[in-house]
Design a binder for this molecule. Structure first.
Ligand SMILES: [Zn+2]
Length: 228
């Protein structure tokens, strides 16, 4: 593991200590990239040829491009790190050391901070106590996320973007993400990009289980198809 900004880890060897304890084949995968495989399967029809982007908002923000059914990692494993796209150049300092990353705006701790700034003690769990404040914050963060999605649409042109995010339950958030992403990308591109807002959070451990099964089955699939 080369870098985890929120754990503060740099170049930690996860595999060797596990290999010393277990005799099973082992494989290390990024949690968001593991969840991505399952997320796109749940939200879209199983057309593996289409490219899809999965975006996950939790304690941090991450993403992954699924290309022909496989996670695209990039040349140094950082493809899809959308949490560190800068959306507010003069914004809050991020765990990566820079300012105004998407993560500093829409992650769970970031939204908690924004709500508490407007009304001390307010959190997204007790949002019914100040619906107008919550609505304003949701629309504000929805606009910034929509801008980032517009850039993703233009850069990667995925058929679908699957958004796995606790704020999806808020209609103001969903509406603003839709309108602002449509404005940020070219009309031709945004009209041909499906936006899917998951209502249930994907468990990365289940995504990882799926990745392991697919990895195991792949050689058998290629043998079967070459025999046909
Ligand atoms: Zn950052």
């Amino acid at each position: 593991m080369h870098h985890s900004s929120h754990l503060g880890w740099r170049d930690v060897d996860i595999l060797s200590p596990l290999q010393a304890m277990l005799t099973l084949p082992l494989w290390v995968m990024n949690n968001v990239k593991a969840a991505a495989l399952l997320g796109v399967q749940r939200a879209t029809t199983a057309e593996t040829a289409a490219d899809r982007f999965y975006l996950r908002v939790a304690e941090g923000v991450g993403g992954a491009l699924i290309q022909r059914g496989e996670v695209y990692t990039g040349s140094s494993w950082t493809a899809g790190e959308v949490g560190h796209l800068i959306v507010q150049p003069a914004g809050e300092k991020c765990t990566c050391g820079r300012k105004g990353c998407l993560e500093t705006v829409i992650s769970i701790p970031a939204v908690q901070r924004q709500l508490a700034r407007h009304a001390p003690g307010l959190s997204w769990q007790n949002r019914a106590s100040a619906p107008q404040i919550v609505d304003a914050v949701m629309r504000q963060i929805g606009e910034l996320l929509g801008n980032a999605l517009g850039q993703i649409m233009l850069l990667l042109n995925p058929a679908d973007i699957v958004i796995d995010c606790p704020w999806n339950i808020h209609s103001g958030f969903v509406e603003t993400v839709r309108t602002s992403s449509a404005v940020s990308a070219l009309t031709f591109t945004s009209r041909r990009t499906g936006l899917h807002f998951l209502r249930e959070h994907i468990d990365p451990a289940q995504g990882l289980a799926l990745a392991v099964i697919e990895h195991y089955e792949r050689p058998m699939i290629s043998v079967a198809s070459s025999a046909q």
